[in-house]
Ligand binder design. Structure first.
Ligand SMILES: Cc1cc2nc3c(=O)[nH]c(=O)nc-3n(C[C@H](O)[C@H](O)[C@H](O)COP(=O)(O)OP(=O)(O)OC[C@H]3O[C@@H](n4cnc5c(N)ncnc54)[C@H](O)[C@@H]3O)c2cc1C
Length: 419
């Protein structure tokens, strides 16, 4: 007869109430002997940004968390267009094949819908608002001490850094880590879509409208609303951006000035955004970490804090939730022993993020080679065509990732090692 070790009692502090923090809170509340407190700096939990894509990988983890049925609103993204913004030429059309029975469709939804779905599954009393973490210190066997802006202090056995790309938790444990402006600025807004659709029938379909160094993403997001996410790239060697520029209001004229050569109907859509509704996001990114855990397994990073890729794959909320789910499974498997569970979490998630960094470096190289081949005199249309990847590499390892089966494979390996 094997004697089971008792399940340790664990006090966990989650910093941040984005998709990573909320999903970690849900997953941890489903395992025994874990006390969870989630600390969020905002006074009210609200999502900045506009829409979000939910594909198979994200649906998979939402199912595992028990949240999928709570997310009921969105626009199907079965068709996605890539267009030349100046000429209206359709450069690429992606049609997703018919759905297998029982599969949930790819959708674009409002960020607040995902957030409400997650929130409805967080145990009451878990979330503490207006708690901006300023610093944390390693107290050895006594855990980690957390210092908040309001002067309060908390202590935890394990701190989960779910505080996004500008993470204070990561800065404390990896003081030399630096994020840099990528050159990309994103302006986002939601607006009623009925009037937009009347301007051009193609606005009913999710589409990227491209210029050589800019694009405007237009998509319905359900419930009569639609999203605009406009991007412009400037050489970061010449242009800088403030690290705090994330979700800050910006003038209409400033946004519109970047898309002057676009088709009149696109400019009209931009013009329909009410003054004060645009939000600016300066995209930053940082290098790969060699470990997602620190301070002798008292700190673990989940979501954007662990892989500062600035939404490169448009699926970061899914990744963050996969992290939360994996962390809880690993703790449960090792009966809350962080010294065994956190290395397992690292072993599952770190190579996944490494693969993303590797992929992005390869793509950047290919794009640079393509532009060099075109030369300085390339026409607007050629530059747009060069930008749009047709077909491309198989990205199923991201978009069809099934974190449940990843976890089962990891357990099978552990069990076979034990025998
Ligand atoms: C333009 C753009 C488009 C994107 N599109 C998609 C998409 O379509 N689909 C998708 O899945 N992902 C998308 N992403 C990525 C996705 O938004 C992120 O990956 C996801 O939000 C990461 O979740 P997170 O919980 O790790 O961090 P965040 O969502 O950044 O949440 C961090 C939370 O921590 C809080 N916080 C920060 N510092 C502190 C502190 N010191 N104390 C207390 N609280 C703190 C913040 O207020 C915030 O609530 C996109 C990203 C960008 C930039």
């Amino acid at each position: 007869m094997t004697i089971q070790r008792p399940v340790k009692h664990l006090k966990v502090a989650i910093i941040g109430g984005g998709p990573g923090g909320l999903s970690t809170a849900i997953a941890l509340s489903q395992i025994p002997n874990v006390d969870v407190a989630l600390y969020e700096q905002a006074k009210v939990l609200r999502e900045v940004g506009a829409g979000i894509s939910i594909g198979p990988n994200t649906w998979n983890v939402l199912e595992l968390l028990g949240v999928a049925d709570s997310l009921t609103s969105g626009h199907s993204t079965a068709t996605i267009l890539n267009m030349n913004a100046k000429t209206g030429e359709e450069v690429h059309r992606m049609e997703r094949a018919g759905l297998e029975t029982g599969k949930r469709p790819n959708i674009r939804t409002q960020r607040t819908k995902l957030q409400s779905a997650l929130l409805s599954h967080v145990k009451p009393g878990t979330i503490h608002l207006s708690k901006k973490l300023l610093s944390l210190s390693d107290k050895g066997h006594d855990g980690v001490e957390l210092h908040f802006q309001d002067g309060t202090v908390a202590v935890a056995d394990l701190v989960v850094g779910a505080d996004g790309i500008r993470s204070v938790v990561r800065d404390a444990a990896w003081p030399d880590y630096e994020i840099k402006f990528t050159g990309t600025t994103i302006w986002r807004a939601l607006l009623p879509w009925e009037g937009v659709k009347k301007l051009d029938q193609r606005f009913e379909t999710t589409a990227w409208w491209h210029g050589p160094t800019t694009h405007v993403y237009l998509s319905p997001v359900g419930e009569g609303l639609g999203e605009i996410a406009a991007r412009a790239w400037h050489d970061p060697k010449i242009h800088s951006a403030s690290k705090v520029s994330w979700g800050v209001p910006v003038d209409k004229d400033h946004v519109e000035s970047h898309f002057q050569e676009y088709l009149p109907q696109i400019r009209q859509v931009l013009g329909m955004v009410t003054e004060g509704d645009w939000r600016e996001f300066a995209a930053f990114s940082g290098p790969e970490l060699s470990q997602l855990t620190a301070w002798d397994n008292k700190i673990v990073l989940v979501g954007d804090s662990s892989h500062a890729l600035s939404g490169a794959f448009g699926s970061g909320a899914g990744f963050a939730m996969e992290d939360g789910y994996t962390l809880a499974r690993a703790l449960e498997y090792f009966r809350n022993d962080v010294h065994r569970a956190l290395p397992l979490f690292d072993a599952i998630r770190l190579p996944y993020y490494s693969r993303m960094y590797e992929y992005l470096a390869g793509e950047a190289g290919k794009r640079a080679a393509k532009l060099e081949e075109l030369g300085d005199s390339a026409s607007y249309d050629d530059q747009v065509r060069a930008k749009i990847i047709k077909g491309g590499a198989d990205m199923g390892w991201i978009y069809n990732n099934d974190i449940g089966s990843v976890w089962r494979s990891a357990v099978a390996l552990l069990d076979s090692d034990r025998q």
